[in-house]
Design a protein around this ligand. Structure first.
Ligand SMILES: CC(C)(COP(=O)(O)OP(=O)(O)OC[C@H]1O[C@@H](n2cnc3c(N)ncnc32)[C@H](O)[C@@H]1O)[C@@H](O)C(=O)NCCC(=O)NCCS
Ligand SMILES: Nc1ncnc2c1ncn2[C@@H]1O[C@H](COP(=O)(O)OP(=O)(O)OP(=O)(O)O)[C@@H](O)[C@H]1O
Length: 199
């Protein structure tokens, strides 16, 4: 089974993916793949530099992730150019990883842009992780050391949480504690793997 895991920024996808992993699933992390593909010496990084100039690099040649994030979350046209460079490669890597692991175990694809890039089409079931807006802002501010306005801007640059919830088969609310989240993931995984036909 391939489970798609999505949700807004800082909703708790990575945490949920870790819990799915602890239950035996194989988690594919789209953000981690994007990182690998933009490491020093990778063709995708060269393409980004060709398009945006050497200013997106740190002095040691690594990608300046903060700078790229600032561009992505403030300039819609530039965001589309970056996505055009990276998304085909990210999707190919995800598909490759699925092929290598699908016979061994259930797969969870943790992807913030699951619907936007069409990865929902390879999933058997889709789970959206949601949190209340205030908690989302709070967790994003805390984790990424942003101010409230920056956090809100990042949230509003994405497909809304409501739309994701609407498109998903299951929703996990992560407004409670990490322990609550763990329990919810456990219950859902039990249901998904129970053999009961879920329509
Ligand atoms: C912007 C970058 C440099 C920020 O890197 P950083 O290490 O700080 O954060 P990380 O990669 O963990 O991303 C954090 C979150 O930002 C959000 N985000 C990232 N890229 C995008 C995007 N193109 N559109 C909307 N939200 C995005 C997601 O919610 C993601 O989970 C990085 O996310 C990136 O290279 N993004 C472009 C690739 C992409 O579209 N990735 C999503 C794969 S489905
Ligand atoms: N239930 C919770 N209680 C408190 N903090 C939480 C909870 N769930 C997640 N967090 C924290 O909130 C932040 C966001 O969680 P996480 O990184 O899992 O979100 P994400 O959806 O993967 O984010 P992104 O879209 O940026 O990849 C992290 O710092 C995480 O430790």
């Amino acid at each position: 089974m391939i489970i798609g895991l999505t949700g807004g920024i800082a909703a708790g996808k990575s945490k949920s993916a870790k819990y799915f992993e602890s239950l035996g699933a194989y988690a594919i992390d789209a953000d981690a793949i994007a990182h690998e593909l933009t490491a020093k010496g990778m063709p995708s990084l060269d393409e980004l530099v060709k398009s945006f100039g050497g200013g997106i690099l740190l002095s040691d040649g690594d990608l300046n992730r903060k700078k790229l994030a600032d561009i992505i979350f403030s300039d819609e046209k530039a965001k589309l150019r970056i996505e055009k460079i990276l998304h085909t490669h990210i999707i190919s890597r995800i598909n490759e990883t699925i092929s290598q692991n699908i016979k061994k175990c259930n797969i969870v694809i943790d992807a913030p842009l699951l619907f936007e890039v069409g990865l929902d089409r390879v999933c058997d079931k889709i789970v959206a992780v949601r949190v209340s807006y205030d908690i989302q802002v709070q967790r994003l501010v805390l984790r990424d050391k942003l101010n409230v306005d920056q956090a809100k801007k990042r949230i509003s640059s994405q497909m809304s949480m409501g739309e994701k919830v609407e498109l998903a088969d299951f929703v996990i609310d992560n407004s409670g504690s990490k322990e609550d989240l763990k329990e919810r993931v456990k219950d859902l995984y039990k249901l998904l793997t129970s053999g009961v036909k879920i329509i």
